[in-house]
Design a protein around this ligand. Sequence first.
Ligand code: NAP
Length: 235
Amino acid sequence: MTTTLITGANKGLGFETARQLVGAGHTVYVASRDAGRGRLAAERLGARAVALDVTDDASVAAAARAVEADGGLDVLVNNAGIQVEMEDGRVAGAAELTAEMMRRTFETNVVGMVRVLHAFLPLLRRSGAPVVVNVSSGLASLSRMTDPGMVGHAYPGVAYPASKAAVNMVTVQYAKAFPQMRINAVEPGFTRTDLNGNTGLQTVEQGAEIIVRMAQVGPDGPTGGYFDAEGPLAW
Ligand code: NAP
């Protein structure tokens, strides 16, 4: 039996990933920063609920203790993420970005991911087939963002793509440090969720597909890579 924890799983891509992995037979923890929203989502899915705010040391440590006491963890999906907006709903371009917006974005998307990895690594190291999926973005790709012909080139925001580029580097360095684990970054594609005011072009079913696929890689599968539904992406 494979046990999987997904951060930010009360809605959006995390919820859909939980739904598909429950369907694939995983025992799934819906991790949510709001205990009530998490419990409701878990009930709908036939999953377990655990309170976990990626920006809070005590919350993450308590979640790791609870999952450990219940038998441990095989798969960690680092999905929780934010895109900080200005008061008018736009993302801050280079002329508008403040240190505070940058700090808030990195606190959840990067520091939060490392906080969760640090707390759950001891559990993953005891698994026979440990897997980590870090939910990145196509906007993390330096190759794409510097190519005027590529989707995403015109995106003006700084903080969110920079945070996801850091997620990619975290992925590469952890994958080298833990060769017995499969640790990959994924780009779900532009998906209709609250993150983008539901303007995305894909359904959550389509967006979650690569997250679900990489959550199920076997010990001979890739590690230290960056993938979308079509295959490997240029960094
Ligand atoms: P979403 O619907 O806004 O869901 C984001 C989830 O993250 C929510 O469950 C949210 O919880 C949770 N979260 C935020 N801050 C948290 C914290 N401090 N601790 C724990 N959970 C927290 O957005 P989504 O599109 O599904 O995003 C999921 C991931 O996909 C993110 O990493 C995002 O960057 C990435 N992504 C999305 C797209 C896209 O087009 N949608 C494209 C590429 C990558 P609350 O409900 O409590 O706010």
